[in-house]
Ligand binder design. Structure first.
Ligand code: PLP
Length: 405
């Protein structure tokens, strides 16, 4: 179980803390060949992007019909070992649909890690549910399955197939693990807890395309998963997302719900329920397909960059570059420098020093229960999420920062 030091420890004599100027020197060393300001994460288009996008324009099939959507979906399913992928207009709506397809209904609670991008919690609300924030651990940055089990033992009632919160009387319907910065959650343990309490599992794999857990692809570790292809992710379609599933019937249902529940017909417009326009346009899928073809070289470059950072920081006191748990192989979406002790003042100093020098370093997200719209939501004690938020600095992580030697 994760052990976290009290904030005071960093001020105690003899506990060396990190030096912001020294951090800047080391980051600069890692990025020596790169001129100018360096953003946190940027895409590059070095494959067949122009060819595929031009092909869309030439064919005039830029919108919902056209061959690239199906090709992109097939390639995604193959890459992740899923039965089917359904391309949609964002990662957020992919998550919303996954939750609805998993059976989340109005006023159901969904367990969401406190340390995540706000879209994970928003998607629960869009699906009609209520995010219930749970603790993470500092070896994966993901949901701490052991703590979740003890928490549910103390607050939840099993009633037939349902799990009911004693505190609110509401059903706890699902759990939404997030592979933070691409680092896989310990899914076997989490799936066991979900089984014990009758919870559905939806994977937020938005950041984890290409990551492996015990050799299996993130996005294939639960019956439903969501990917994002926003501009800052490892593969981009400009904006977009995908639903991954192992169940062909669920895939069919997802296709229907995302295309206004239109009954297939050559000309007639007939719709048989209130549904959504969430489909990914063909022109975005064309960009995505070309990006996906480059994924292996992107992953190799990101791994090189991560290991350069590891070398550069290995002898600095007070911090380290985050490494995967032994069961995991991350896509290294964002490299995280982790202070050994939580120290908001030092964290701020590091961010100011790096950003003033043109290095686009960022902190982790403010924990969900500290955001105004979520501060009254049900939650566990969250000391590790709070501590990590005062310890993490993400460093520039774009693949092109570590070109092939
Ligand atoms: C990016 C992201 C999303 C949402 O994806 P969008 O495509 O931006 O809607 C959801 N969850 C996590 C953890 C993300 O990083």
């Amino acid at each position: 179980m994760a052990v976290t030091a009290a904030p005071e420890r960093s001020q105690s004599p003899g506990a060396p803390s990190a030096d912001p100027r020294e951090i800047l020197i080391r980051v600069r060393e890692c990025l020596a060949d790169i001129p100018g300001n360096i953003a946190l994460h940027e895409p590059r288009f070095r494959g067949r992007e122009r060819e595929y996008v031009s092909d869309c324009i030439d064919s005039t099939w830029v919108s919902y019909f056209g061959a690239y959507v199906a090709r992109f979906e097939t390639a995604l399913a193959e890459r992740t070992g899923s039965t089917a992928a359904v391309a949609v207009s964002s990662g957020t709506v992919a998550l919303q649909l996954c939750l609805q397809l998993a059976g989340v209904e109005r006023d159901d609670e969904v367990l969401v890690p406190a340390l995540t991008f706000v879209a994970s919690a928003n998607a629960v609300v869009h699906a009609g549910g209520i995010p219930h924030f749970v603790e993470v651990d500092d070896t994966t940055f993901g949901i701490d399955a052991d703590k979740l089990r003890s928490y549910l033992e103390s607050i939840a009632l099993r009633r037939s197939a349902s799990c009911i919160s004693r505190a609110t009387g509401r059903r706890i319907a699902a759990v939404l693990p997030v592979h933070v910065f691409g680092h896989p959650v310990d899914m076997d343990e989490l799936n066991r807890v979900a089984d014990e309490f009758g919870l559905k599992v939806v994977e937020d794999a938005a950041e984890a395309l290409g990551s492996l857990y015990k050799g299996r692809a993130c996005g294939s570790l639960a019956p439903l998963a969501a990917l994002s292809f926003n501009g800052n992710k490892v593969v981009t379609t400009g904006g977009g997302g995908a639903i991954l599933t192992s169940d062909p019937q669920i895939a069919e249902r997802a296709r229907k719900l995302t295309t206004t529940a239109k009954r297939p017909h050559r000309w007639a417009f007939a719709h048989d329920e209130v549904a959504y326009n969430f489909r990914l346009p063909n022109i975005n899928a064309a960009l995505g397909l070309a990006q996906l073809e480059m994924l292996d070289s992107v992953l190799a470059a990101k791994k090189r960059l991560w290991s350069r950072y590891c070398d550069a920081f290995k002898d600095l006191p007070g911090l380290s570059v985050f490494r995967d748990a032994p069961f995991a192989e991350s896509n290294h979406w964002l490299v995280a420098l982790v202070l050994h002790d939580p120290n908001p003042v030092l964290l701020e100093e590091i961010l100011v020093t790096l950003n003033d020098a043109g290095i686009g370093a960022r902190p982790a997200w403010k924990p969900m229960h500290q955001l105004p719209m979520y501060e009254r939501n049900p939650r566990m004690q969250l000391p590790v999420a709070e501590s990590l938020a005062a310890r993490i600095v993400n460093l520039p992580s774009s693949a092109f920062l570590a070109p092939e030697p």
